[in-house]
Design a protein around this ligand. Structure first.
Ligand SMILES: [Zn+2]
Length: 478
């Protein structure tokens, strides 16, 4: 029997507001433990939450960008559970009246060539819990409440994802959209973006969903992919042997590369949800929603389509360039300075992105101004430097953080295109390399490459190879 995988993803996103969602404490990351707390986020009796307007607007922005319907009446609820990092013993979340439902994200996993809809079931706003710290080799744990009350957006999909590749593609595209919106740094290492998954398997053709397992503790997109792959195999293995799959929460162990059982999964009723009495349900004015809608930036898909129609780029290049907002912005800045979009696209998707990957850094950290790259491109065009020199120049400009023009001047890297000078050199080489000249004349045309190489070596690569080639040919055949 053949099986198929059914996956739903749940992303938690910390919103990059200045202050927490229900109090005025700072959300700044990496500060001294418990230095950013107050009676509200420590859950003191009698303290009252006040909704952060910016957090609310950011949430609406995300919901709209994910094509969700904003609900007219919005309510917060208490989700009750005990955990040491949750001092109130409940989390303010949203249960039956979240801020939005029914969105969609389009994915197109590499190699599939198809565009697929992943429905977004809901997007709701809640507060983050504190953070437990477990010192190594100690028999106690510590708790840091700086994170308690940081605004957290929960983005839940329907079980529309059918493979690990689709799950990965969804996450990459979702993150791209979120970064465009500038509502979060989406930094998984800092925990700003976290992902849980629900996964089940069923025989192909079966309508009913299999028993689902919730996966947690996947701290990277790669971890999500590996955990889903592992879990797919585990569940299909159990199903094929006729064994029962238990509904439970399992943790991904990135070291051992396995999932292990954590606890049986709670059902919604276990949380005893009830309306948060300190935050009244409220109505959002349509005019407010309209205003936020109009403030949305151009999103990745729309930008990619524009790059194709406006700049004549291929679908692939447009997709790569718009996958990250800072790369798209960089590309457009460059095109403004050097209006040859295809050349710029080749350099950005090629050499520039290779540097980002090799150094594992972002565009901001790369420190090559658009004006520096376009300066290099202009120098190639005018024949000042060769394409090969340009690549080296870019690298040196990145490493020394200096302007390409200054490097060229300082190191005298100008390409030699002076025909008279090159002709003189060519004659000297032909006089010296008699054997190669004979070879060439007897039909061994690859002797020409050797002769070109001699001049390139003599000029330390600075001679314009096209001109050298032409001159030598003329001399040999003339
Ligand atoms: Zn506080």
């Amino acid at each position: 029997m053949k099986y198929e995988t059914v996956i739903g993803l749940e992303v938690h996103l910390q919103l990059a507001t200045q202050t927490k969602v229900f109090c005025g404490c700072s959300t700044k990351f990496g500060q001294r433990p418990n230095s950013q707390t107050c009676p509200v986020c420590l859950g003191f009796p009698g303290s009252l939450p006040v909704l952060n307007e910016e957090a609310f607007y950011f949430s609406i922005k995300v919901a709209l960008a994910l094509n969700c319907q904003i609900q007219n009446l919005i309510k917060f609820d208490r989700k009750n559970y005990y955990y040491p990092d949750l001092p109130k013993n409940f989390q303010i979340s949203q249960y039956d009246m979240p801020l939005s439902y029914n969105g969609v994200v389009y994915i197109a996993p590499q190699g599939s060539g198809e565009r697929k809809r992943v429905r977004v079931k809901r997007v709701h706003l809640e507060e983050d819990a504190g953070k437990l710290v477990h010192p190594e080799r100690e028999n106690y744990s510590l708790v840091d409440f700086n994170r308690s009350g940081v605004p957290l957006l929960e983005i839940v999909t329907e079980p529309d994802i059918a493979s690990t590749e689709e799950a990965y593609d969804y996450l990459v595209r979702l993150k791209s959209i979120l970064k465009y919106l500038k509502v979060s740094d989406c930094d998984m290492e800092k925990g700003s973006l976290r992902c849980d998954a629900n996964i089940s398997v069923r025989p192909i053709g079966e309508e009913a969903l299999g028993t689902k397992v919730e996966l947690k503790n996947m701290n990277t997109f790669k971890g999500v992919r590996l955990a889903l792959e592992y879990e797919t195999k585990r569940q299909i293995g159990l199903a094929q042997e006729g064994e029962k799959i238990i509904q439970e929460t399992r943790l991904w162990d990135s070291e051992k590369q396995i999932t292990t059982s954590m606890r049986s999964k709670e059902e919604a009723q276990d949380y005893r949800y009830f309306p948060e009495p300190d935050l009244v349900p409220f109505v959002v004015d349509n005019a407010v929603i309209e205003k936020i809608k109009n403030s949305l930036p151009e999103l990745p898909e729309a930008k990619a389509n524009r790059f194709i129609s406006e700049f004549g780029l291929s679908e692939y290049d447009a997709g790569v360039l718009t996958s990250q907002i800072d790369i798209a912005d960089y590309f457009e800045e460059c095109v403004k300075l050097y209006p040859n979009p295809k050349t710029v696209a080749n350099w950005v998707t090629g050499d520039i992105m290779a540097q980002l990957n090799a150094r594992n850094i972002t565009m901001d950290e790369l420190d090559v101004l658009p004006s520096s790259l376009t300066e290099i491109l202009k120098m190639i065009e005018s024949g000042v430097i060769s394409g090969k020199m340009a690549k080296e120049l870019l690298l040196e400009s990145i490493e020394t953080k200096s302007r390409p023009e200054d490097i060229v001047k300082k190191k005298d890297l100008f390409q030699i295109s002076d025909t008279a000078k090159l002709e003189k050199m060519a004659k000297a080489v032909l006089k010296r390399e008699k054997k190669s000249v004979r070879d060439y004349k007897s039909g061994k045309t690859n002797a020409l490459a050797f002769l070109v190489g001699q001049i390139m070596r003599q000029t330390k690569g600075k001679a314009n190879p096209a001109i050298v080639n032409e001159i030598l040919k003329k001399e040999l055949e003339g």
